[in-house]
Design a binder for this molecule. Structure first.
Ligand code: EPZ
Length: 428
């Protein structure tokens, strides 16, 4: 097992380049199954969830060729296996996209219930509601969803709750269905639009992605294509908050400013100078932080995936700030206990966290409890004057490409070290 050792108190200064979006690329890699020829996917982030997706594709029989460290050629045109076993699917939440892609291609899919970050209850009832509307039927045996259809047919689907995963999954299943599918109450995240753009570049006919009504006209076949994944707005937001919390001055490059609007607006309200350029944004500390209230909402609201990180910054603001979690339950506040070990004064009541300004964090031994919680621990450690050790960094590496390299280039004192097995055994 590995951990990060961070000596904080140094402002982050310089430039950082953002990698491809995790929550777009995982869906796009699954979607290559739908193509009748090879796809070349560029701007792929170097994260462990991508490695899991590649392994699943190879186990299904796809040929995956590494062109360079961020480009893959994937040819899934000869696969005939339509099952993703539990020991693979349990490793990440996004394994559910293999349901939609395999069903869309073969009218058949058998995938274990997904794993992923423990953010409380994370059902997939809306995914299954969408598939049933397309004339598929499924059984759930021993944690495996076995779904099939004689012929998928277009339908009107209105989700009971805005769901990124269900919106994308129904798009994957509907692109080759007979007739027109209309998805209402659709998610509008940038990565939903990116997946729709990828499918359309393969020959699909999807209209309205990015709005709450998406129309999909089924087509006979989809061809291989070259495609570049959008930059990761959550990775970008994480570095923006890290620049702020360390009282630094950082230019965040390879971003789409419009995707960061809600994050930029909040940082400006908290008191940072944020300057937007064509494909970059600069975050500069200019004085004390203002207390601020935040409600997380589906896009274009403030993203839930930035909630732990902004809570760290608000802990450094004078006064009381309130965060209301509007997407996940209280499971998204699991980081609070670990942050309290560094001096945070946060009380959680259901979906609401009340954050008292503490002036500064103190170093401690902590652990990452999920992907974004881990990012928050790093930001708190970078702002603390002394040393912090962060364990369970495997969570962080699920979604952040070379984070310790990128932070060191900004002046951070961060090292990744192996915890000797012997110490681990005595600790367990
Ligand atoms: C995706 O998760 C992302 N994961 C999450 O990112 C992100 O936090 C989330 O979207 C919201 O933006 C991937 O894309 C792999 P949802 P997903 O379906 O699809 C409920 C990260 O940190 N719901 O939009 O699971 C659900 O419980 C990760 O990068 C149902 O009730 O999120 C939640 O309360 C964490 N039934 C809400 O909807 C369903 O069938 C939104 O979930 C599906 C979801």
């Amino acid at each position: 097992m590995e951990k990060y050792v961070i000596h904080g108190g140094k402002p982050l200064v310089g430039e950082v380049t953002i990698s491809g979006a995790k929550n777009a690329v995982l869906a796009i890699l699954s979607a290559t199954i739908l193509a009748d020829g090879p796809c070349i996917i560029e701007n792929i982030p170097n994260i462990s969830d991508v490695a899991i997706s590649i392994q699943i594709l190879r186990d299904l029989g796809a040929r995956v060729k590494v062109i360079n460290k961020s480009t893959l050629e994937i040819d899934a045109s000869h696969i005939r296996i339509t099952e993703v076993p539990y020991d693979q699917a349990k490793l990440m939440r996004a394994s559910y996209y293999f349901l939609g892609a395999l069903l869309g291609k073969f009218n058949r899919a058998k995938v274990a219930m997904p794993g992923g970050c423990n953010l409380g209850v994370r059902p997939i009832d809306q995914h299954l509601k969408g598939f049933k509307s397309l004339n598929a039927s499924y059984t759930l045996d021993y944690g495996m969803i076995d779904i099939s259809a004689d012929q998928l047919t277009g339908s009107n689907i209105c989700f009971d709750i805005v769901s990124v995963g269900a919106t994308i999954n129904v798009m994957l299943a509907a692109v080759k269905a007979d007739g027109l599918t209309i998805i209402e109450n659709a998610a509008k995240e940038p990565h939903v639009v990116d997946v729709a753009n990828f499918l359309n570049s393969m020959g699909a006919n999807i209209m309205g992605a990015g709005t709450d009504v998406i129309k999909i006209k089924g087509v006979q076949s989809l061809h291989g294509v070259e495609y570049s994944v959008i930059p990761d707005q959550i990775e970008a937001g994480t570095y923006m908050v890290a620049a702020a919390a360390t009282k630094g001055d950082v230019l965040v490059k390879n971003i789409i400013p419009k995707h960061l609007e809600s994050i930029t607006a909040k940082l400006q309200k908290i008191g940072l100078e944020v300057t937007e350029y064509d494909d970059s944004v600069r975050v500069k500390y200019i004085g004390e932080f203002n207390r601020t209230n935040i409600k997380t909402r589906p896009h274009p609201g403030f993203p839930t995936d930035m909630q732990p990180q902004i809570a760290v910054l608000l802990s450094l603001a004078e006064g009381t700030s309130i965060i209301t979690e509007g997407v996940f339950g209280d499971g998204r506040f699991k980081y609070v206990d670990e942050l309290s070990r560094m001096g945070a004064d946060i009380s959680v009541d259901g979906h609401v966290a009340i954050i008292e300004g503490i002036g500064r964090f103190t170093g401690a031994q902590v652990k990452a409890v999920d992907l974004r919680a881990g990012a928050a621990m790093i930001i708190a450690a970078l702002s603390a004057e002394d040393m912090t050790e962060i364990e369970n960094i495997c969570y962080i590496e699920r979604g952040y490409s070379e984070i310790e390299v990128k932070l060191r280039a900004l002046g951070a004192d961060i090292k990744k070290i192996m915890i000797p097995e012997k110490i681990l055994q005595t600790a367990l």
